[in-house]
Write a new protein. Sequence first.
Length: 52
Amino acid sequence: MNDHEKLGYALVDLGYYDIPEHLANYIDYEAIGRDYDLETSGEFVNGYYISF
């Protein structure tokens, strides 16, 4: 993963956010990833998001 959108999708897939399936097409996954990145200490490294 190397961008906020992919991070957003991963967070939803891992269960950090509970998104009803009928709303999945309307969610801004990039905003979810960006907000998570701003709220935590982490960075993208070699295709991964490392949180520390």
